[in-house]
Design a protein. Sequence first.
Length: 134
Amino acid sequence: MSHLGLVTIVVRDYDEAISFYVGALDFELREDTRLDERKRWVVVAPRGARETGVLLARAANARQKARVGEQTGGRVGLFLYTEDFDYDYTRMTARGVTFLEAPREERYGKVAVFEDLYGNRWDLIQPYHDVVRS
């Protein structure tokens, strides 16, 4: 059996990224290991997540710096699943997370698009468990 272990997000600064993901999104810091004088291995993940985490990778050159916040060309590229949409939406809003729309009901669940501190777009989504995916 396979699973997706990590997804990379290119960031400007390790510490500001940790502050946002841990402070505003309530992720847990799973690892922060210094690899050399400039590079760290920083992994965050939603609390309780068992498989996939987010590797925060500091942009190291001009090409990478140009991609910060634009990794998916302005599309939603990350999906944060929740079991209590209203609680997480309220908590995240109170912590300064920018939502680009009001929560909406879709066939598959309750959802709203938000941006991380760099402008990457995420869906906060509480899926309806009775929806059959095909």
